[in-house]
Design a protein around this ligand. Structure first.
Ligand code: ZN
Length: 234
């Protein structure tokens, strides 16, 4: 005999980088299993693959490609998903680590208080010379996850090449170019021109939150800066 089908509610949220509204359902036991296994592995790239897979299953708006989302979009959406699936409050254990005091403080963090702030003056259009410029995209999870962790110049150029949306000059906008062509173009820049591009990536928004708390045992005030998805689930 067929068992009854359970209805799951749907919620709406906004993708930070594009302001597009999307719908999602909470994650279910089958998805929690994927996340739990990834958490135990303690491998950041495995964790981000698991988060991506769960988002793919839970976003109900058709035609959405999670692989193209900016990394901070993924982190933000995952927190929203967690809020509707497990609860809006994350319980953090914060240890006071100054001097002899090792007091452990229970902090309740409301997910709705965590935001992604995109600086108003962050311009994705970079003027390279008087006539030539480029328009950049935020790194997607697909691009970011393919990068080796080391910070060498080759992987930086690779990352940037994957994020160039268009190149333009006074006459024309170039949208159709190969990865090799754009890498050659980037390698032909001089130091100050390349720095302008690099500065954009340094300022890509991150999911972050500051917590200030006063230790009831010794009376000192502590400040903590949480950044990146993993820090919210320590
Ligand atoms: Zn203390």
């Amino acid at each position: 005999m067929a068992l009854p089908i359970l209805n799951t509610p749907e919620f709406e949220t906004t993708i930070p980088s594009t302001n597009q509204k999307i719908n999602f359902r909470p994650f279910l036991v089958k998805e929690e299993k994927i996340l739990f296994m990834a958490l135990q592995g303690n491998d950041p790239s495995e964790m981000s693959t698991a988060v991506q897979r769960v988002l793919e299953s839970c976003i109900t708006t058709p035609g959405i490609d999670v692989g193209l989302f900016a990394t901070f979009d993924i982190e933000y959406l995952f927190l929203k998903l967690r809020a509707k699936s497990v609860g809006e409050v994350i319980d953090l254990k914060l240890r006071h680590n100054t001097g002899d005091c090792t007091y452990i403080h229970q902090h309740s963090l409301n997910i709705d208080d965590i935001n992604v702030v995109i600086p108003d003056d962050l311009d994705n259009k970079i003027q390279i010379t008087d006539h030539v410029g480029i328009v950049l995209k935020f790194p997607s999870i697909e691009i970011a996850s393919k990068l080796p962790q080391d910070n060498n110049m080759d992987s930086l150029i690779d990352l940037i090449a994957g994020c160039v949306d268009v190149v333009y000059d006074s006459d024309k906008v170039y949208e159709d170019f190969s990865r090799e062509e754009i890498k050659t173009f980037l390698e032909s820049l001089n130091g100050p021109q390349f720095t302008k591009i690099r500065d954009f990536f340094k300022r890509v928004p991150k999911l972050s939150h500051d917590i200030e708390w006063t230790c009831p045992k010794c009376g000192e005030t502590e400040k903590i800066h949480l950044e990146g998805l993993a820090s919210f689930f320590m």
